[in-house]
Design a protein around this ligand. Structure first.
Ligand SMILES: [Zn+2]
Length: 82
């Protein structure tokens, strides 16, 4: 059962993980709730889509359970630093 199912327009935000320090946690761009990749309870967010390139996670789309925003995470793939 969904408690809050009345979300009209879902914005999609993009978070670049290469610009995040620490353990990869970031605040939801809309409501500010902390979203941690370590959190697997699905209480704060749920994963709606994963995209894999060359057997590596390339993109992850989450939905914030608090405000319903979709958040696309990019930057999983390690970039060459030369
Ligand atoms: Zn949110």
């Amino acid at each position: 059962m969904m408690k809050k199912a009345t979300v009209n327009k879902n914005m999609t935000y993009t978070i670049d993980l290469t610009k995040i320090d620490g353990d990869g946690a970031f605040p939801c761009p809309k409501c500010g709730v902390m979203i941690s990749p370590e959190d697997e309870t699905e209480e704060v967010y749920q994963i709606v889509e994963t995209r894999v390139k060359n057997d590596e996670l390339a993109e992850l789309t989450l939905m914030c359970n608090k405000c319903g925003s979709k958040i696309k995470l990019v930057g999983f793939l390690s970039q060459p630093e030369n």
